[in-house]
Unconditional design. Structure first.
Length: 145
């Protein structure tokens, strides 16, 4: 079983896409830079076939058209499976997930997503229905680990 390796996952869910980057965290004191480990993207989520790309920094890349992707939650699950299979990284090694949300209302600074923040963003989904709903699907998957 893996332990946390202090990895940072950066996610951006669009209306029909999902862009992901994975970084190693610096030393925590701000003096060591983060390092990019890999990038991934899934497009055409709402208009199959989806197109998946997974690129390890200075390493291998994989492109395919996964048949199991039909929404943002399944796209993120596909990424997580590929993360383990292609990069041998268990999701338990991720210590922080950052996600850009299109409309956060009166949230103007980064916030920790808890039940209250999740509900707040969910209530604003009518203002950005194609984006906030997708973001919440990914956030829920991250919170359930």
């Amino acid at each position: 079983m893996s332990t946390k390796r202090n990895l940072i996952l950066s996610v951006n869910a669009g209306s029909s896409s999902l862009k992901i980057s994975l970084y190693t965290a610096g030393g925590g004191d701000g003096r060591e830079p983060v390092h990019l480990l890999l990038t991934s993207s899934i497009s055409n989520i709402s208009a199959p076939p989806a197109k998946f790309s997974f690129k390890v920094a200075q390493g291998t890349s994989k492109d395919d058209q996964p048949r199991d992707v039909h929404d943002h939650a399944s796209a993120f699950a596909h990424f997580l499976a590929c993360l383990g299979r292609e990069a041998e990284i268990d999701r338990a090694e991720i210590s922080c997930v950052c996600h850009r949300v299109v409309h956060g209302g009166d949230y103007t600074d980064p916030v920790l997503i808890n039940d209250e923040a999740y509900t707040h963003i969910e209530r604003l989904s009518d203002l950005a229905p194609l984006h906030n709903g997708a973001a919440l699907a990914v956030i829920k998957t991250c919170l359930l680990r």
